[in-house]
Design a binder for this molecule. Sequence first.
Ligand SMILES: Cc1cc2nc3c(=O)[nH]c(=O)nc-3n(C[C@H](O)[C@H](O)[C@H](O)COP(=O)(O)O)c2cc1C
Length: 306
Amino acid sequence: MGGTATPELAGAVTAAGALGTVASVLLSAEELAEELDQLRKKVAGPIGVNFLMPFLERDCVEAAASRARVVEFFFGTPDRSLVELVHRGGALACWQVGSREHAVAAVEAGCDFIIAQGIEAGGHVAARIGLFPLLDEILDAVDVPVVAAGGIGSGRLMAAALTAGAAAVRIGTRFAAAHEADSHPQYVQRLIDARAQDTVMTKAFHVMWPDTPHRVLRSSVDAATAFQGDVTGELVLRNHRMPLPRWAVPNPTRLTTGRIEAMPMYAGESVSAVKSSQPAAAIVRELATEAERHLRLWAARFGGQD
Ligand SMILES: Cc1cc2nc3c(=O)[nH]c(=O)nc-3n(C[C@H](O)[C@H](O)[C@H](O)COP(=O)(O)O)c2cc1C
């Protein structure tokens, strides 16, 4: 989840019993290795590291593969040499995909599991269709576990995805509003205030990563359109500072300054389920408890019938 996915957030998600994922953006291999080593001292469970293909550095993948349980990639065509690099380091390899073709290519490249991301998702989106039709196509086409992503913000929808055959769900937007996320307070407040219909798919925030669809709050596109200058503010991400050109890709972190409302506020249709800022552990617990309740209800209603 870009700069939002701090080691603190990933660690809290993992400590709560899920799989927390660290973003590798803007980090050198040494910085990533140091972050992961520190995290492993604090948290015993599995950690994932995410790589966005347009920004990929192979030495960072190598550093992640020997320290994380899962190394995953997003965008681009699945690449066997990267998967082999992950396996050599001892981690599981995963690709987040938006089509059946890329799901099959990921499995052929040797991925241990895949993430099917539907068009409802927040952030950059590879899919052109909704999660459920995509999941259906992919489950028919591959024999590795498939994780469902996009638009899932509640235990009810988590149970629906599991019932449809997903092995797990990936949650993004709910965690962008978590206490441990590096999200600017204005961004968090807008997530709390927004509903699914307040999100839009656009290619508007294109500087640094052109021509790639992403789902954001419509208000951030409107504010950037109205903004007259060339630079909306300054991004502060971990130890890095950089000016943010208008229409730049990074979302506003806690210490980012400037016209926050005109920076991309990534949000999935799951944003309806963001009702407050919560600790990550509370989000994990709520989703798991609610999903289990719905699965039990479902079993009571339909169980025992063939
Ligand atoms: C703020 C934010 C940043 C994201 N950044 C990344 C990223 O760096 N890498 C990635 O693979 N996916 C990223 N995503 C997409 C997620 O992996 C996931 O597909 C999506 O959040 C699922 O939909 P949801 O937001 O409705 O839960 C991001 C999503 C959000 C909301």
